[in-house]
Design a protein around this ligand. Structure first.
Ligand code: SAM
Length: 251
């Protein structure tokens, strides 16, 4: 039986590909890639020529049987996404779930992942963190998600694109204003930057230096302090008590 290798690839700096990843990519019968043209550049850089097949959110479920048959025939396959670790805000979950259910051998090849790289250099607590991927694109959905997370004490981690970074910072200011944020931009690339401050301060910084709003971002937000939590719980208890009194419930 063949093996499915889940291979992390660079998030910017091609030197971050591990020697083991390069060896495995060169040894498999097939590479299932989120975007074959994008991954072809990585293969060219490595001097490799390996057959590729696209695997993205729109065809992933349909690819399962085909890839399962090739593993059953003894071929090994590598799964890669455009950048970083597959399945982390990237395709691959359906494939891995289905192949695991069929008892196939699945081996992770650890490597670059934007959220781990960002946390490792941010200076925010990392003992507990909550990764919430991309926030919803629409403002109301985004604010709803932020409000649902407002009382979490873990460091909050989000992915964001340059198109929405300002809107997201504005919503972070409205929902979690005053908290410390660290914005990791363009990790491992020429313009890698870490900015530190409240959401309002970071927005001001982008207003004076629009380059700070370009590129790819990991947003990290300090978790709620236990005191904020207790205050919120006290407000909830007050609201519940008032509601019970209005309803005429005996207390
Ligand atoms: N699978 C990837 C990983 O392991 O990090 C994430 C893929 S997700 C589609 C792309 C998002 O990851 C970007 O919008 C950005 O939020 C974050 N990201 C990826 N590369 C980055 C980089 N070099 N610097 C900062 N953030 C990055």
């Amino acid at each position: 039986m063949g093996t499915l290798y889940v291979v992390a690839t660079p998030i910017g700096n091609l030197e971050d590909l591990s020697p083991r990843a390069a060896r495995v990519l060169g040894g498999v019968a097939l590479i299932a890639a989120e975007d074959t043209r994008h991954s072809a550049r990585l293969l060219r850089h490595l001097g490799l020529s390996v057959p590729m097949l696209s695997l993205h959110e729109h065809n992933e479920a349909a690819r399962v049987a085909q890839l399962d048959a090739r593993l059953a025939a003894g071929e090994s396959i590598a799964l890669v996404s455009d950048a970083g670790t597959p399945l982390i805000s990237d395709p691959g979950f359906v494939l891995v779930r289905e192949l695991r259910a069929r008892g196939r051998r699945i081996v992770p090849l650890p490597g670059p992942c934007a959220l781990v790289a960002a946390l490792s250099a941010a200076g925010l607590p990392t003992d507990r963190f909550l990764f919430s991927g991309f926030l919803p694109a629409k403002g109301s959905g985004r604010r709803g998600r932020l409000e649902a997370l407002a009382r979490r004490e873990e460091t909050l981690v989000f992915y964001e694109s340059p198109h929405r970074i300002r809107d997201t910072l504005a919503d972070l200011d409205a929902c979690l204003g005053g908290r410390r944020l660290v914005l990791a931009r363009e990790l491992t690339k020429a313009f890698e930057t870490f900015l530190d401050g409240t959401a309002a301060e970071l927005l001001e910084r982008m207003a004076t230096d629009p380059d700070q709003a370009r590129g790819e971002f990991v947003i990290m937000v300090a978790g709620a302090t236990p005191r904020e939590d207790e205050e919120a719980a006290a407000v909830d208890a007050d609201a519940l008590l008032s509601a019970m009194l209005v309803e005429g419930v005996g207390v």
